[in-house]
Design a protein around this ligand. Sequence first.
Ligand code: PEP
Ligand code: MN
Length: 339
Amino acid sequence: MLIVMKADATDPQINAVLRVIEELGYKPHPMPGATRTAIGITGNQGSVDPSHFETLPGVAEAIRVSKPYKLITLDLRPEKTIVRVGDATIGGDELAIIAGPCAVESRNQAFAVAEAVRRSGARFFRGGAYKPRTSPYAFQGLGEEGLKILADIREAYGLKIVTEALDEAGVDLVERYADVIQIGARSMQNFSLLRRAGRSSLPVLLKRGLSATLDEWLLAAEYIMAEGNYQVILCERGIRTFAQHTRNTLDLAAIPAVRRISHLPVIVDPSHGTGKNFMVTPLARAAVAVGADGLIVEVHDQPDHALSDGAQALTLEQYEQLVSEVRSIHEVIAPAPVS
Ligand code: PEP
Ligand code: MN
């Protein structure tokens, strides 16, 4: 059920609707918008009787939701969500650039890359402290020591830190040291992790699962939002197909497809999406051209010596060039408003 309030509904009228929803044993999700507030309802097993709401003051409509998702939809929130991380945004006018190494390997490595990321004007730094590796014998990340290095980078350069939590205890740690919780492709359907991230006050970057359909991915976002955290960023990072010329098949059609259904910002990861250094910049250009709200890109000061994903890492010079190219494309497709 979705309750749409009248444009002139007052705060006490909205609060009265929220109270009725709670009294029925459900959870209300108020979404204030530019023209009206809508209220999503979750926690109901069967359908909710619209007559509870239709006659309440300030209510314009009580709409039955036939789709599997309730909170990610444009029906609930017709305007795009802008995720705010301090003074930086994802989903607003600015193209969000999140860049950094696959993994934090050492203080020197992370700072060398962070310096270039800062210089490029990007607002976000990425780097895994806990790595979800296919082999248990591969480098697993520096753990909390890596998070401390990331926190020092935040302090030194003012970059916002995006880093992965592999489990619920990991979310506690990411909350302590970072700014955005990354949920990796392999964890997209770890429902207890999604719920825990949904109870965090930090935004969540949700990667698409290795072979997730659009619906499965959007429902994973719905898990986070159903707990009350509406600051979710979707990230297309390629899916498994029969193709062997890339590590994954980057599904750029997912961007306009999601846009048609959801108000959430969508970014693209051309690094994991291709797995190959020489493909990252062309696919990054394409991602911005199809309307992505941002990019997450792997960069290394010495790709040949990277402890993970060296083959897809950009050099510092290649990264700098990528940023200037994608900014030009973004200006063409989303010209800055004249002030
Ligand atoms: C990553 O971005 O560090 C990562 C592990 O990516 P994915 O979860 O998309 O494989
Ligand atoms: Mn990686």
